[in-house]
Design a protein around this ligand. Structure first.
Ligand SMILES: [Zn+2]
Ligand SMILES: [Zn+2]
Length: 312
């Protein structure tokens, strides 16, 4: 049976990511497609240090390759390369879903992911079957958020958050397999409607809390946004301040929404572009995205689209 992935030339975009740079863009190394001016903002203190304890040891090899400092000497490069070959031999890269060696997401598993059929999805919120009549962004369900419709101009999600999709996300952000960012962003890129790209949007992300970033050693949505911006040839821009740490477990739904709203704000000093694609890994209730979109609008954004890898 033909999978939805194979039916997907829905939009014009990049099914295949461009040739990969060996190291993520960062200060001291030329960034692709004229984004050098922002490269210095990409790396935050502690990003590379961060905790690696959640990472499976066998997944460590590819990341070490990415963290190589650009100023290294030739001898250092050689030693580093030898170490990488050694580490890759001991702890080979494996598919997040089937453990097949050689890739972080094998073609077979990628084809079987639970893709949303964009021809049936709600153009407003990305719900899988809401094209004609959406049961997820109607005025009744929006009432707790104090609005009749979502505050964004459009939303897409590539996958339904099934066990397989959740597993990819977990391996990516909680087990430290940063190499998954590229195939995840490539999948998301296929879902971006051409009309969005015509607005020449910048790609922003919903930042993790400082605690989550410390725990994981990186900001998972930031890396997704960087990869997606590379794929679509757009500007990458950190526009939102990291939200304060919130304990929402004892709060009612309405209180959680208000709490989230209060926590999200534009990054002080950031110039908010008129059109933005806001990236996050997963959309569940939508309250985080709504709060982020409202913060961007308060900061001056005119058009805000949301793109997530998976949604409930
Ligand atoms: Zn696989
Ligand atoms: Zn909808």
């Amino acid at each position: 049976m033909e999978t939805k992935a194979e039916q997907l030339p829905l939009f014009t975009l990049a099914a295949d990511p461009p040739a990969a740079p060996a190291i993520p863009y960062r200060a001291g190394r030329p960034a692709p497609r004229g984004r050098q001016e922002r490269a210095g903002a990409l790396q935050s203190p502690g990003e590379e240090r961060g905790t690696q304890r959640h990472r499976r040891r066998r997944r460590a090899a590819p990341q070490r390759q990415r963290e190589q400092p650009p100023s290294a000497t030739a001898g250092h490069h050689l030693r580093q390369r030898a170490f990488e070959v050694f580490a890759e031999t001991l702890f080979p890269t494996r598919c997040a879903l089937c453990d097949a060696p050689g890739t972080v997401l094998c073609d077979r598993c990628a084809r079987r992911l639970p893709y949303i059929d964009a021809t049936l999805a709600c153009p407003r919120c990305g719900a899988p079957y809401g094209r004609v009549q959406c049961t997820e962004c109607n005025p009744v369900l929006m009432a707790p958020f104090g609005c009749k419709e979502p505050p964004w101009d459009g939303a897409v999600s590539a996958l339904v958050l099934t066990e397989a999709a959740r597993r990819v996300v977990t391996v990516y952000k909680d087990q430290g397999e940063r190499g998954l960012a590229r195939p995840m962003a490539a999948i998301m890129g296929r879902y971006l409607p051409p009309a969005w790209l015509a607005d020449e949007p910048a790609v922003a992300f919903v930042p993790a809390t400082p605690g989550a970033r410390r725990r994981r050693g990186f900001d998972h949505a930031e890396l997704l946004a960087r990869e997606l911006s590379w794929i679509i040839g757009a500007e990458w821009a950190p526009l939102l301040a990291a939200p304060r740490r919130l304990d929402q477990r004892r709060l009612s739904r309405t209180a959680r929404i208000q709490n989230m709203r209060a926590s999200m704000r534009a990054l002080p000093g950031a110039t908010i572009p008129p059109a933005i694609i806001l990236v996050d890994d997963v959309c569940t209730t939508g309250s985080t995205l709504m709060a982020a979109v409202e913060a961007l609008r308060e900061g001056g954004a005119h058009t805000v689209y949301c793109a997530t890898f998976a949604r409930t």
